[in-house]
Design a protein around this ligand. Structure first.
Ligand SMILES: Cc1cc2nc3c(=O)[nH]c(=O)nc-3n(C[C@H](O)[C@H](O)[C@H](O)COP(=O)(O)OP(=O)(O)OC[C@H]3O[C@@H](n4cnc5c(N)ncnc54)[C@H](O)[C@@H]3O)c2cc1C
Length: 559
């Protein structure tokens, strides 16, 4: 990526563009990449940092959405399973299969309730017994069909289940196990997509910390919060990919919409060895007494626990409240009564707002999770249409971007030049296909570059096979580990700060890496990181201190 100032200069000098994308979450980033590949001149801006919204605050499951079958969302589940399989294949450095186990308390319950939910009758979902789960999983396996990249489901009786998962509640009759997937670093995948789009098509640009407002009939004013400068741009069309902020953004653009009905979801990251060991390679997917589905799985040495589902009006104010933490701890203790868990185990708490469409439904879990493109046609006040990307999942961003791109190409009178269906993400080329191959890759690269195997493994985890080019750098900063976080090197942090549009320290620790998420953003680490990033970004001592304070606040504000 070009340096931030150079990108802003490019944008300032652009009088017009084909498409102006507002929002740099997974949907905006995926769209920029797809449009760029078609030769469309697209500019993306985000009012905050890239992926500052739901995309970095989700449960990180790459899944078909087993529970959406109960809501009869077959089209979504089929599309999501196909996209999950594609991500497993084309982003194998970030997306991994996830064995998923459901503890089940009865054989037959739910036989009346689940069909009622299925037919849209007003009952709270919940109480799903083994037979209902079996029906769902059989269908789930069928959808995967020949393109399956994961094993089929199986059931395990109580005694064996309790033996395999220590600490699990004992009032179960059996467990059901199936496979989905999870994504380790969606933030890096988004930045990679933005970078790929801008590299492949030099007429494209993307910048964070830029706000947009309607200027005139055919123009938008863009304001850079970093330099304080503004410019106007005339787009042929605008895409509003601002997730939960869609209605607020449309209001800023001069018209009122009532498209969104977001719900917030909070998660905990916990450090508890007994839970970590009990989970092993599996996610436990469990139902609370209120019928809500919760999840817990290993995340890069810690454990993620989630999530809640509550309506919110202002996405900027959404934060995890004390009662949500208590709810998640209580449900977790309910499913793992044999494990000692305490609030002191929590190392990080975060909260995101699902960009769900507005609906009059009482139960938030029944709001459709599918996506759609809504268009506000030009009118007397505005010469360009505004397309709003509503809803969707992390899992389905590529398909949504493809559908939006096709609509936009038709509007621009262009045709598709390249498909993203079978396109590998950066770092996926020649990625080792098995654990043995992975180990051989690490040994080869470590041996060839005089590095420890653990260092190469860390680089592979963060950058896929692009790690090899970083391993080859012998400059001193690239060989100097951080004192506070020795699995990073000075050179690596300098590169991210300089080349990935980092403006605040929190961008670096929260959205270019998982340092904050893993509870590592303490004062000492942040001070060291601010010194390194600040040296390349020109921060003086006062700015470094301010950045440490801001990053610390962001690590503890439960947003
Ligand atoms: C708690 C939770 C759990 C979830 N779990 C999963 C899951 O396990 N699997 C899954 O597939 N999906 C999951 N999702 C859904 C998924 O995260 C979202 O559907 C997806 O991230 C939406 O992406 P987006 O780009 O539309 O929105 P966002 O990621 O929210 O991005 C919107 C961007 O727009 C920017 N913005 C806002 N206003 C403006 C403006 N006026 N101008 C410019 N930019 C602006 C914001 O800063 C933000 O960066 C979950 C979501 C939540 C909240």
């Amino acid at each position: 990526m070009k340096k931030r100032q150079a990108i802003w200069e490019d944008i300032k000098n652009t009088a017009s563009c084909d498409v102006l994308i507002l929002g740099g979450g997974v949907n905006g980033a995926g769209l920029l990449r797809d449009l760029a590949l078609q030769g469309v001149n697209a500019i993306l801006v985000d009012k905050g940092d890239f992926t500052a919204g739901a995309s970095s605050k989700s449960s990180r499951m790459i899944h078909g959405g087993l529970r959406y079958l109960e809501n009869a969302e077959f089209k979504l589940v089929t599309e999501a399973v196909n996209e999950r399989n594609r991500l497993l294949r084309f982003a194998p450095h970030f997306v991994f299969p996830l064995r998923t186990t459901i503890p089940i308390k009865s054989w037959l319950s739910g036989l009346i309730k689940s069909p009622m939910v299925f037919f849209g009758l007003p009952v709270t979902p919940g109480g799903r017994g083994a037979l209902i789960v079996k029906m769902g999983l059989t269908f789930y396996d069928l959808i995967s069909g020949k393109r399956r990249r994961t094993p089929r489901h199986y059931f395990t009786l109580k005694a064996k289940s309790l033996q395999t998962i220590p600490g699990l509640r004992e009032d179960i009759v059996c467990t059901a196990t199936y496979w989905d997937a999870w994504v380790s670093q969606i933030e890096r995948l988004c930045v990679d997509m933005i970078d790929q789009g801008c590299r492949e098509n030099s007429t494209c640009a993307a910048l964070n910390y830029v706000t947009a407002a309607k200027a005139d009939r055919d123009a938008i004013t863009l304001s850079d919060q970093v330099t304080g400068e503004s410019c106007t741009i005339k787009p042929k069309l605008v895409v509003n990919a601002t997730g939960a902020w869609i209605d607020l953004t449309n209001h800023t653009l001069g018209f009122d919409s009532h498209l969104m009905g977001g719900t917030k979801g909070s998660h905990l990251v916990v450090d508890n060895t007994a839970l970590y060991d009990a989970l092993g390679d599996r996610m436990v997917y469990y139902e609370h007494a209120d019928g809500r589905i919760c999840i817990t799985f290993r995340f890069m040495g810690k454990v993620i626990v989630g999530s809640t589902d509550m309506r919110v009006d202002d996405p900027d104010q959404a934060a995890c409240e004390d009662d949500e933490i208590d709810y998640m701890m209580t449900t977790l203790k309910g499913v793992f009564p044999g494990i000692n868990l305490s609030h002191d185990d929590i190392v990080f708490t975060f909260c995101g707002v699902r960009p769900l469409p507005s609906s009059g439904l009482d139960y938030t879990s029944r709001v459709p999770r599918s996506h759609r493109l809504d268009v506000a046609e030009p009118d007397e006040q505005r010469s360009f249409p505004i397309y709003s990307m509503i809803g969707g999942k992390l899992t389905t961003f590529r398909a949504f971007a493809e559908q939006a791109t096709d609509t936009i190409l038709a509007e621009l009178g262009k045709s598709r030049a390249a498909s993203t269906e079978e396109m590998a993400y950066r770092g996926a080329d020649d990625y080792p296909a098995s654990q043995d191959e992975r180990q051989a890759w690490i040994q080869r690269v470590a041996g060839a570059n005089d590095l420890k195997e653990q260092r190469v493994a860390d680089l592979l985890e963060r950058y896929g096979t692009q790690a090899e080019s970083f391993a080859q750098i012998t400059d001193e900063p690239w060989r100097t580990p951080l004192q506070s976080l020795p699995d990073y090197t000075v050179g690596e942090i300098e590169r991210i700060a300089q080349e990935e549009c980092v403006h605040h320290l929190s961008d670096l620790v929260r959205r270019r890496s998982v340092i904050t998420m893993l509870g590592q953003a303490d004062e000492t680490a942040l001070t060291e990181l601010a010194g390194i990033a600040g040296a390349v970004l020109g921060w003086d001592e006062a700015r470094c201190s301010e950045e440490v304070k801001l990053a610390r606040e962001e690590a503890t504000d439960r947003k």
